[in-house]
Design a protein around this ligand. Structure first.
Ligand code: AMP
Length: 226
């Protein structure tokens, strides 16, 4: 793929609640490339009460974005790990134009470039329903929904028996600010990728398997043209 190597550098974008976490977990197995979720990295750091976690938490709890320089620092290091050699799936990043522009420069410096940007499209009413009922595993990050996708045993992760909790930023007052921040800071990035013919808009409603099939179909199209 890109650069003549068999590599897939993919971004999964979409508003909070679009299913990026669920889809990137499924895609990572299917495509055999790691998923890099900045949100997940921050939640881990918050749990460890590290200085990075404490800084990120101040922003996350208000539904605001963590500053660009923090994101760049994390990605700079993460993209150079050996497991990223065959490609990666970025989940929840970039979220601002400066992050998107920086990412292009950082990839170019590593001799690689983006192959595809998938945008999951989901109506706002559906996002609010999904986010307000979402429960996340403290241990492995797996996600459930109290109505649409409940765990077998209430409050316990099916995969690892970890404790399920409601993320602080999944409370209704914070959801509204996250959607606002998304519309203001993140949505303008689509035009940047569309202009370079990298953007695939995918319907993010329906079953998780149907959504996955739509994404894989777009990935295969890129692979065929490589
Ligand atoms: P997520 O799990 O992707 O919804 O991210 C949770 C929170 O982490 C976001 O609401 C932001 O506060 C922060 N965050 C994650 N990724 C980024 C990013 N690329 N830029 C800025 N903030 C981020």
């Amino acid at each position: 793929m890109g650069d003549g190597a068999e590599r897939l550098d993919l971004i999964l974008m979409g508003p909070p609640g679009a299913g990026k976490g669920t889809q990137s977990a499924m895609l990572t197995e299917r495509l055999r490339v790691p998923c890099i979720s900045t949100g997940h990295i921050f939640r881990e750091e918050v749990r460890r009460k590290s200085p990075l976690g404490l800084e990120a938490k101040r922003h996350m709890d208000k539904g605001e974005l963590v500053p660009d320089d923090v994101i760049m620092r994390i990605l700079e290091e993460r993209l150079q790990q050996p497991d990223c050699a065959p490609g990666f799936i970025l989940d929840g990043v970039p979220r601002t134009m400066p992050q998107a522009e920086w990412l292009d420069r950082a990839l170019a410096a590593l001799g690689r470039h983006l192959d595809l940007v998938v945008r999951l499209v989901v109506p706002d009413e559906e996002l609010i329903k999904r986010l307000s009922g979402r429960r996340t595993c403290r241990e492995c990050g797996a996600m459930y929904h109290i109505i649409f996708d409940p765990p077998t045993n209430e409050g316990i992760c099916n995969r690892c028996n970890g404790d399920l909790y409601q993320r602080d930023d999944d409370h209704e007052d914070i959801i509204a600010s996250r959607l606002e921040v998304y519309a203001r800071e993140t949505a303008p990035i689509f035009q940047y990728y569309r202009a370079r013919d990298l953007l695939a808009e995918v319907d993010g409603t329906g079953s998780r398997d149907d959504i996955l099939a739509r994404i894989v179909e777009r990935v295969e199209r890129v692979e065929q043209h490589a």
